[in-house]
Ligand binder design. Sequence first.
Ligand code: ZN
Ligand code: ZN
Length: 298
Amino acid sequence: MPLPNRMLTALAVRMHGQTYLFDAGEGAQIGWKKAQLGLRGFTMLAVTHLHADHCLGIPGLLMLRTQMDDPEPLTIVGPPGIKSFLEESRKALGFYLNYPLHFIEWSHTADDLAYQDSRVRLFWKPLKHTQFCLGYRLEERDRPGKFNPHRAAQLGIPKGSSWGKLQAGQEIVLENGKTIRPSQVLGPARRGRHLAYVVDTRPTKAIYNLCQNADIAFIEGMFSPEDAEHAIAKGHLTVVEAAKIARRAEVKKVVLVHISPRYSDEDLADLEEEAVRACEKAVLGRDLAIYSVSYGND
Ligand SMILES: [Zn+2]
Ligand SMILES: [Zn+2]
């Protein structure tokens, strides 16, 4: 339930001019505007499950997106039923879209790779909630290795555009006709940044798979440990369970999100304290907060 001063869970990931959105509860358009996220580059939406607090904001976002001139297609990744939910809403509300929607629905035969483009790969795994729910891991593609100028000089490669081409992974041909491959002057590929988004679940092995060594993980911390019976009954995590999972999965930073509306803003500091006791890298997510993820040391 959205509160007057707290929105529903949605996560926008911005990378290389693209915006990848995870979930869109009621009022997602408001958050989108407040965060000043432009529509250009918003080409993929991943939905965890068909509970209203995660998907009722999608029709509004789809309509908002029609304001662009010549919009690109939008890919929607999600659980079985996401396509019919949106197609039925579109029919019932009679709204027109000036761009195509591509749906990728999970099925029993689906493999772990849900979606990919030239910048990222998105993986999914079923979680353990009161309704079928997916967790996600978004991996930036590896970057080329470091350029070795000493080696380039040894091979007689002239400085300038040839260096740039090799750095970008392209072969070049020298004036003497010799072909130089990027691997001759680049070190090993460097890992891109990895992010996990896991909400609405009880502890389960899939969370560890999705979060393992992630640079940042957004995990739900719906309840305080004192209210653990609600977490069990409703298929959620407590802040302490989430923090412990993050610690064991060795994530570099964990942001606890989707806090129950039963906790007032004053309670949030206590929840954060409990989480930090279980994992010192934990913080409580706040609406419109921005988390920058840098590359590891390389
Ligand atoms: Zn749910
Ligand atoms: Zn939820």
